[in-house]
Design a protein around this ligand. Structure first.
Ligand code: SAM
Ligand code: SF4
Length: 335
């Protein structure tokens, strides 16, 4: 028996929701600077405050032992974390974990897609908010669209189960590209999710209340061209999916602002500095780094702290685009 032999789900919160999905942020740093995600002059965490590879592995192993079946690596940009392949390899082999996935901006995928696949990553989501090079640059401040397109191509070529695209839609910026982005996904037999912008972190590029657009408005645009067949599929959390008739693609709507699906939330997040966030839209958290560093190797203590923390998972989030209640940026939160 390995020390982390998987057991039945042990993570249930006080509202009866079972937590079986962990989003693990491996860095707060990024090679892009998306305007809705980061402020222009971001300050990043000193390296010693970030969890080490071993600490990340021990934490992931504890969660899997407690019944977590899916882990998504995120950030910041997970592919700029040194030794990311080593981490993927060690997590992919955790007994009991069904799926190890990643969300990436795609920039480094031309060289990293194959090694990630070889290391055991099962699926990947790639963020792309515009297909217009100038606009893409403006949205990401420094990005080159062609690198991301090459990254998407590389991910598809190495045979990841399904490549999913993510697009945050901002009214007045890229809401005129909803159909183009959907067509791009369908033409390439990929899925795409459209995401509502959340008021996480104070930004200066735009007023978030001016750029809000709901999933229903996005859906209206899509209905003009596609026959969307609603599906019961859910990943837990604020997303819904529809199949595109006559294609292999699905379109997802991630609606943290307009629709509250918190009652089926199955996930928690770990920030790069080891703070266990029980809800994206609340500050309830537990400092796991403190426990990891005070009691290295003490898996039982780590697990009992995680079990206890579930009692603090809030029932739901309340986002108000007029004000930023959550000062943490999305790159800290781990999207
Ligand atoms: N760097 C990777 C990427 O961009 O895919 C992973 C981290 S990023 C924080 C994860 C996802 O969060 C991306 O799809 C990004 O577009 C989304 N995101 C960032 N800030 C957001 C915000 N304020 N509201 C909604 N989605 C956001
Ligand atoms: Fe970086 Fe992803 Fe945030 Fe863009 S959304 S700045 S790619 S972490």
């Amino acid at each position: 028996m390995t020390p982390y032999q998987s057991t039945a789900a042990q993570l249930t919160d006080s509202f009866g929701r079972e937590v079986n999905y962990l989003r693990l942020s491996v860095t707060d740093r990024c090679n892009l600077r998306c305007t809705y995600c980061m402020a222009e002059d971001m300050r990043f965490l000193p390296r010693q405050q970030i969890l080490s590879l071993e600490e990340l592995r021990d934490t992931a192993a504890a969660f899997v032992d407690l019944g977590v079946r899916k882990i998504r690596l995120t950030g910041g940009e997970p592919l700029i974390r040194r030794d990311i392949l080593k981490l993927v390899g060690s997590l992919a082999s955790l007994p009991g974990l069904d799926e190890l996935t990643m969300t990436s901006n795609g920039v480094m995928l031309p060289t990293m897609a194959q090694p990630l696949k070889d290391a055991g990553l099962s699926r990947i989501n790639i963020s792309i908010d515009s297909l217009k090079p100038e606009r893409f640059k403006e949205l990401t401040r420094v990005g080159n669209l062609h690198e991301v397109l090459a990254g998407i191509k590389a991910a598809a070529a190495v045979g990841f189960k399904r490549v999913k695209l993510n697009a945050v839609i901002l009214a007045g910026f890229n809401d005129d590209e909803v159909l183009d982005l959907a067509r791009f996904a369908v033409d390439n037999s990929m899925d795409i999710s459209f995401i509502e912008e959340m008021p996480l972190g104070e930004i200066s590029s735009h007023k978030r209340s001016n750029t809000q657009i709901t999933s229903a408005q996005i859906r209206q645009q899509l209905d003009q061209e596609f026959n969307l067949l609603d599906s019961a599929e859910t990943t837990g959390g604020p997303s819904r999916y529809a199949a595109v008739a006559g294609s292999q693609s699905k379109i997802g709507f991630i609606s943290p602002m307009s629709n509250n699906f918190c009652s089926s939330c199955n996930r928690v997040r770990l920030t790069a500095e080891g703070r266990l966030l029980l809800c994206l839209g609340n500050e309830h958290s537990l400092d796991l780094r403190e426990i990891l560093r005070a009691y290295p190797g003490d898996a039982e203590r780590l697990k009992s702290s995680i079990i206890k923390a579930m009692g603090n998972k809030p029932e739901r989030h309340y986002f108000d685009p007029q004000q930023v209640d959550i000062v943490r940026f999305m790159n800290m939160t781990g999207g």
